[in-house]
Design a protein around this ligand. Structure first.
Ligand code: ADP
Ligand code: MG
Length: 394
């Protein structure tokens, strides 16, 4: 990596401001998933062990530039303290006197968590004045929030103008893992694309065509492709104004020598519900009032599994169906199993894809599960991440 990393700097006794991604799911004031805290732990622990004063900041949810009581970082602080087995001091602001005071009272190796950065409009606006205030109490900036690295905000990009700035371990690990598959993939190389919207994935698919040999299209985005072939898709989720685009992508795949594989049969439901009535049909027989909730019928799955078995590299983004409903999680789970059991180097990217793989119980068998959603997609689009660009060069 051409950017400076944590190991390149001496942090002993220094006040180190770390941008982490603690944008965790909350339910009734409780953190329901601590994956993101665990992902940040190596950097935090390294700084603690090296006697830095560790000042953590993150956004949480979408408070829209003002204080929202339910989006305070307090539940995160207590989960983090449990995880680290150390005390974590939480304060109710992220800039200003209160922060300065708290930092001046820190001993080396201690951890301080600042308040939600999005309580200020200057965060998303990347206001230089606000960024200066965030940077003010610190000596060094460590960027470790891979999940927010595609956003040019004050806490991800702005602060880097004021402080020596390096990548933390998580950011480093993500960039290495994703960089490896994009730059040096072993062939044959398969991309599996699912999820909700074609328009979200369009640029990703286009960029991947330069690298991959096979593309399996599943999930909600398959519906748009099925419709583009002229079949009835009933009430299915689809972007009906994007049929031309889907046809273009099919043609482009041919030009680029990519074998594009669409489902042959799908699981349809009479409504969008966990207990909907369901049946498996070939794609030319989707009933008018029904909707596709799982893109992979048994015939499609059989074909996919044969391909997966032969691959050397696989990247997967987007669930193959509405995996949140058990009844329609079969395709997603079966693909997860096939990818996990294959010998291919496997990289999973995307918020829902990652949780689908975890839920299916195959997380440990994957080579890399990215902690980023948008950041991973931006990376797969072949674009640079603003928060990485902002770091010091080696
Ligand atoms: P990721 O977060 O992995 O990038 P997306 O955000 O693109 O994935 O899409 C995930 C969502 O797509 C899931 O919540 C899933 O329910 C939904 N989805 C997948 N297939 C379908 C479908 N056939 N109809 C409606 N929604 C679907
Ligand atoms: Mg998503």
């Amino acid at each position: 990596m051409k950017k400076k990393v944590l190991k390149d700097i001496d942090c002993e006794g220094k006040k180190v401001l770390v941008r982490v991604d603690f944008n965790v799911p909350l339910d009734g004031g409780e953190v329901t998933d601590i994956n993101r805290l665990e992902a940040a732990e190596p950097t935090i622990r390294y700084l603690m062990d090296n006697d830095a004063k560790v000042i953590l900041m993150s956004h949480l949810g979408r408070p829209g530039g003002e204080v929202v009581e339910e989006l305070r970082m307090d539940p995160v602080a207590s989960e983090l303290a449990d995880l680290l087995g150390e005390e974590v001091t939480k304060i109710d602001d992220c800039i200003g006197e209160e922060v300065g005071l708290a930092v001046s009272e820190m001993a080396p190796g201690e951890v301080l968590l600042l308040e939600n950065t999005r309580f200020y409009p200057g965060e998303k606006a990347n206001d230089p004045d606000f960024a200066g205030k965030l940077a003010q109490p610190a000596d060094i900036f460590v960027m470790d929030a891979f999940g927010a690295a595609h956003r040019a905000h004050a806490s991800t990009v702005g602060v880097a103008r004021y402080l020596p700035s390096v990548a933390g371990f998580l950011l480093q690990r993500e960039l290495n893992a994703l960089g490896e598959v994009m730059e040096n993939p072993e062939h044959p190389f398969l991309a599996i694309m699912g999820g909700a919207k074609v328009s979200d994935k369009l640029e990703v698919i286009r960029n991947l065509y330069n690298k991959i040999d096979y593309l399996i299209v599943g999930g909600g985005i398959a519906n748009t492709f099925i419709a583009a072939q002229g079949y009835e898709i009933g009430e299915s989720l689809a972007e009906r104004d994007k049929l031309d685009l889907a046809r273009e992508l099919v043609a482009e795949a041919k030009n680029q020598n990519v074998e594009l594989i669409l489902p042959e049969d799908v699981v349809v439901a009479d409504r969008f519900a966990a207990d909907a009535e369901s049946r498996t049909v070939p794609i030319d027989s989707i009933p008018e009032d029904w909707q596709v909730l799982d893109a992979d019928g048994p015939r499609s799955l059989k074909k996919y599994k044969e391909i997966i078995k032969q691959m050397k590299t696989i990247i997967w983004n987007g669930p193959m169906g509405v995996f949140e409903f058990d009844k329609f999680a079969v395709g997603t789970n079966e693909i997860a199993k096939a990818v996990a059991e294959s010998e291919a180097h496997s990289v999973i990217g995307g918020g829902e894809s990652a949780s689908a793989v975890r839920k299916a119980g195959y997380a440990r068998q994957m080579d890399h599960i990215s902690t980023g959603g948008g950041a991973t997609l931006t990376f797969f689009e072949g674009k640079s991440l603003p928060a990485v660009e902002a770091l010091d060069n080696v």
